[in-house]
Write a protein that binds this ligand. Structure first.
Ligand code: SF4
Length: 242
């Protein structure tokens, strides 16, 4: 009987395990350089929020043409839109891709633009989850800015994880707020203008308030609700919300 050799199947789970074993927890630059040079088609997903510039700066040092996916929900602060342009120009990012909701779906499912007032999960699905899922289709993996210090379901984040068949990197997972601030200071990186007004985490304008003294950075997201994630992130292969 002829012998048929079978090649080992290298899954996203395998890749994540290898990266978690290979890199020191705080070696964010090492993880990013590895991802952008050795892991196929990788995109960086950025909200251009309070701490986003750190990851963008690290990625730009490897490749200024890295695809940066920016989900513009149509509900962002004007300050975020101007900050996005400012950061891209400062870092020389040449491949920022604005990801928007499908206009037909918007007209069908959020006719008055007030869906966020009645159903935030449905609104996030329409304005964030679906557009990003479509934008990620060409990629083998993506880089996110999630960190353990954000609390909630993020406290056990690892550097790398599998999201179905796609690899997901969280290079700053183990960084502290002090380390993030020190990196921005050391590289003289521009700050999101709303951080000076107390915003520790910045999402859509209708669903974000400034954090109060002593609160976790993401406490101002979806205030008054038990919702803590928009649904673009997964844990153990399952969407966090909805
Ligand atoms: S954060 Fe608020 S406005 Fe933005 S997509 Fe989600 S529910 Fe809609």
């Amino acid at each position: 009987m002829p012998y048929e050799a079978t090649l080992p199947v290298f899954t996203a789970d395998d890749a994540a395990a290898e990266i978690n074993a290979r890199f020191a927890p705080k070696d964010a630059c090492g993880v990013i350089a590895h991802a952008l040079t050795a892991r196929g088609r990788i995109a960086l997903v950025s909200s251009f929020g309070a701490e986003s510039v750190v990851l963008l700066h690290m990625a730009a040092a490897v490749d200024r043409a890295v695809p940066v996916l920016f989900v513009e929900t149509g509900m962002l602060f004007a300050e975020t839109l101007s900050y996005q342009r400012r950061v891209a120009e400062r870092l020389g990012l040449s491949n920022v891709r604005i990801v928007r909701p499908d206009p037909v779906q918007l007209l069908t499912r959020d006719t008055d633009g007030l869906l966020h007032q009645s159903d935030t999960d449905a609104c996030c699905t329409l304005r964030k989850v679906e557009p990003l899922a479509n934008a990620l289709l060409p990629y083998d993996g993506w880089i996110s800015g999630r960190k353990r210090i954000h609390g909630g379901q993020r406290i056990e984040l690892e550097l790398a994880e599998a999201e179905g068949e796609r690899l997901k990197l969280n290079p700053l997972a183990h960084w502290s707020g002090t380390e993030i601030a020190a990196y921005m200071e050391a590289h003289d990186l521009p700050r999101h203008p709303l951080t000076a007004k107390g915003y520790g985490s910045i999402g859509c304008a209708p669903c974000t308030r400034a954090a109060r003294p002593g609160e976790a950075p993401r406490a101002g997201r979806w205030p008054g609700q038990d919702k803590t994630e928009c649904g673009i992130h997964f844990i153990d292969g399952k969407a966090v919300r909805p």
